[in-house]
Each structure stands twice: as structure tokens, then as C-alpha cells.
Design a protein around this ligand. Structure first.
Ligand code: ZN
Length: 242
């Protein structure tokens, strides 16, 4: 990926940009719930994030309960996706919910079996990498095979932001982070921010702001710069925290 390449716009599910930046309309209770949820999420530096998760083999009530807890945490954290790895559990399970009207989906033992040649570059954030946003190029469309919490086969086809989230979460199950998929300068800037407890978002020339259609992945703590860019290019009235 390079800055020179014109990014293909990400087609959001239902055409709505997802706003996961510090939402202004959260009441005190929601902020408190979010802080508690974020505190449960494993952060960068923990080796578990670099470990591959093992396939789930037991489909019992505990698995159903764990999946429900993950969905609850994802919602409380105002995220759009969460992998079990991020809770310190090395099991191949992820949840996602992209778009305000979408139902949360649980994928157990997911494998991406098809990726489109069409790719797009967009900003991603990660609940495990607080304060950091980087550009990641990914295929625009994917098909994933998985099973549900009862072990029933499940195939999902996803496009745009939803496809991006699924790929980001499957990466977590393989011990791969968005830092591994961004360009060197951004990785360097992001690592510095993570080390120093600061924030990072890619710098962008003015003219690219117009064309960019950022597809934010799952992270609330975006930088002021990133928020400023978003507010300049988005109709905020359409947005809803996810
Ligand atoms: Zn993540």
C-alpha cells in the first residue's frame, strides 16, 4: 500500500459511516460501562495477542455464555468487533456487529475461504491498541466459513466495513495485528505512541481528505486529528455509535 495509490472507497453496510470516536452523547453510566469493558480487553504488549488461537471443540452452555459475554463487552466498549484473543482466551471465536440495525454475529472456528481481488485502504483502530489509528489495505469482499455456538455450519459473505471487521478479527485469532498490515512509517509512529502512551493517526495531505472514506474498525479512542478529518468529510447526523 502506498499513499500515492487512490484508495477505493469502502462501501459501508447500509452506506453509513461508523462512528466509534469518543461519542459525545454517552451519558455518565455508558462512559463508565465502556471504561469497565475496555479494562477487560488485553492490550498491546501482552504476548497473548501474538499467539494463534486453538479451534473450539466443545459446544456447550459455557460457550454460549462466553459468546454472549463477548457481545456485551463489544457493545459496552462501543466496538464493532471483538476476538476471544482480546479477552486473553486463545479460542477461535469472534463477534461483530456492524451497523446500527445489524444483529450481532458470533463466528466460531472461522476461516476466510475467499477474498476479492478488489481491495481498499481505510483507517482501522483496535480495542487492544488504544489511541492508535493506521491505514490498512484489505480485500473489499470476503466469504468466511465458520460454525455457530451450537456447532452448526455457517457461511457469511461480507463487504466493505463488515468485511474489514471480519478480517481484522480473524487476524487476531492468528496473532496478527493491524500494525503488521500497515506501512512502515505508520507502524513506527503507532509503536511510538503505544510505547509512550500517546496517540497516533496517519498524517494526510489536505486534498486526500476529500476523497478518503475512512472505515473505522473498532476503536473509540481516536485522535483529535482523525476526528477533525471525519467531521470534515462526514454527515455526522447519520452517525450512531456502534
Ligand atoms: Zn483489534
Amino acid at each position: 500500500m502506498s499513499d500515492e495509490a487512490t484508495p477505493t472507497p469502502v462501501e459501508d453496510v447500509d452506506g453509513r459511516p461508523i462512528e466509534v470516536a469518543e461519542p459525545d452523547d454517552l451519558d455518565h453510566e455508558a462512559l463508565e460501562r465502556r471504561a469497565q469493558a475496555l479494562a477487560r480487553v488485553v492490550k498491546f504488549g501482552d504476548p497473548v495477542l501474538r499467539s494463534a488461537a486453538s479451534p473450539v471443540t466443545e459446544f456447550d452452555e459455557q460457550l454460549v455464555a462466553d459468546a454472549e459475554r463477548m457481545i456485551e463487552l463489544m457493545r459496552d466498549a462501543i466496538g464493532v468487533g471483538l476476538a476471544a484473543t482480546q479477552l486473553g482466551t486463545l479460542r477461535r471465536m469472534l463477534v461483530f456487529q456492524v451497523g446500527s440495525e445489524a444483529e450481532p454475529t458470533v463466528l466460531v472456528n472461522p476461516e476466510i475461504e475467499w477474498r476479492s481481488n478488489d481491495a481498499a485502504t481505510a483507517e482501522e483502530g483496535c480495542l487492544s491498541l488504544p489511541g492508535v489509528v493506521v491505514d490498512v489495505e484489505r480485500p473489499l469482499h470476503v466469504r468466511a466459513r465458520a460454525v455457530d455456538v451450537h456447532g452448526e455450519p455457517l457461511t457469511i459473505e461480507a463487504s466493505g466495513l463488515e468485511a474489514r471487521v471480519v478480517q481484522h478479527e480473524v487476524d487476531h485469532l492468528d496473532g496478527v495485528l493491524m500494525l503488521d498490515r500497515t506501512e512502515r512509517d505508520q507502524r513506527r509512529g503507532a509503536l511510538r505512541a503505544l510505547r509512550e502512551g500517546g496517540t497516533y493517526a496517519p498524517e494526510r495531505p489536505e486534498q486526500e481528505d476529500e476523497a478518503a472514506e475512512p472505515g473505522i474498525e473498532e476503536m473509540p479512542g481516536r485522535s483529535d486529528d482523525a476526528r477533525a478529518r471525519d467531521s470534515a468529510t462526514r454527515d455526522r447526523s447519520e452517525e450512531r455509535p456502534v
